[in-house]
Write a protein that binds this ligand. Structure first.
Ligand code: FPP
Ligand code: MG
Length: 298
């Protein structure tokens, strides 16, 4: 099923008739294609849904190319990032190309879908900006964090689900609610894995987010549990390289206060909310995507 999406992306890129761009794209890891799956599972497999899935995946890939430049990330999904191999300039321009052809194709999909996806791109760009801005200080506000990850990650999933339902003549708002809640849970889990996974399994160094200045939900909840001097200690470690003892101090306190468990329960609530939104649709594949997200150990 996803093969057709890969073929479509390949066809769109081939139509650019540019050897170097094609070459660069072969170095881009394909990822889970979660957004494409949502679209195909909602709208079924047909020419329009495959096109929409390809567009959304190209836009998503563009956003990650830019994100790796912004985050100075040398790895993406366990392999060297495009910015690491070809430098920031090439990564940015490749992102611009993918993003622009995505939009070129999007306008032919009708105003409702074009508006939904383009609005999501505005939101995800604002979310990324908020993420960078928030990273400058130790953010202790969970509401601000949730709003940022909604914009940065869930907005495109929400729009993908809304647009696919629109294509299929299904209830767009129910599917949008599913996409939104799933997306927020997805980013929360990604942020938890940055703490619980080691470098090998995640393809990036553990606690990398905190070193980058990103005070994700586990750090916010940990901060709430600590006494005044410990709060100061944690805040003093924000946004800088950590030695082994400091890393261990953070991880052991996260264990001591069951922080991952607390975050997990919150992600689970969101997944249940996603499932409830499409309960009457009886879509087993979408149900499974949501359940599998939380059916894992941390
Ligand atoms: C990953 O966050 C980043 C995003 C999901 C969104 C990035 C958005 C932009 C750079 C805006 C520009 C958009 C376009 C379409 C060109 P993360 O750094 O928390 O996750 P990671 O661990 O996967 O890097
Ligand atoms: Mg990043």
């Amino acid at each position: 099923m996803l093969n057709k999406v890969e073929q479509k992306i390949d066809e769109i890129v081939t139509n650019l008739h540019h050897k170097e761009i094609k070459e660069l794209l072969t170095k881009l890891p394909k990822g889970k294609r979660l957004r494409a799956k949502l679209i195909l599972y909602i709208a079924g497999e047909n020419e329009e849904s495959i096109k929409l899935a390809s567009i959304v995946e190209m836009i998503h890939a563009a956003s990650l190319l830019h994100d790796d430049v912004i985050d100075d990330a040398m790895q993406r999904r366990g392999v060297d990032s495009i910015n690491a191999i070809y430098g920031n300039k090439n990564a940015i321009m490749l992102g611009d190309i993918l993003y622009s052809i995505g939009f070129f194709e999007l306008v032919a999909m009708g105003p409702d879908i074009a508006k939904s996806v383009s609005n999501a791109v505005v939101q995800l760009s604002i979310g990324e900006l908020d993420d960078v801005y928030l990273s400058k200080k130790f953010n202790t506000d969970a509401l601000i964090y949730r709003d940022m990850i909604y914009k940065k990650t869930a907005s495109l999933m929400e729009a993908s689900a809304y647009s696919a339902a629109t294509l299929a003549g299904k209830n767009p708002n129910a599917y949008a609610r599913y996409g939104k809640n799933l997306g927020i849970a997805f980013q929360m889990i990604d942020d938890m894995l940055d703490i619980t996974s080691d470098t090998q399994t995640l393809g990036k160094p553990a606690l990398h987010d905190f070193v980058e200045g990103k005070t994700t939900l586990p750090y916010i909840y940990l901060y709430e549990k600590l006494d005044t001097s410990e709060k100061q200690k944690l805040a003093s470690m924000h946004c800088r390289a950590l030695d082994k003892a400091e890393q261990e101090w953070i991880v052991s306190n996260i264990k001591k206060y069951d922080i991952i468990e607390k975050c997990y329960l919150e992600a689970k609530e969101l997944v249940l909310e996603a499932l409830a939104a499409i309960k009457s649709e009886k879509n087993q594949k979408l149900d499974s995507i949501a359940k599998e997200m939380i059916d894992r150990s941390f």
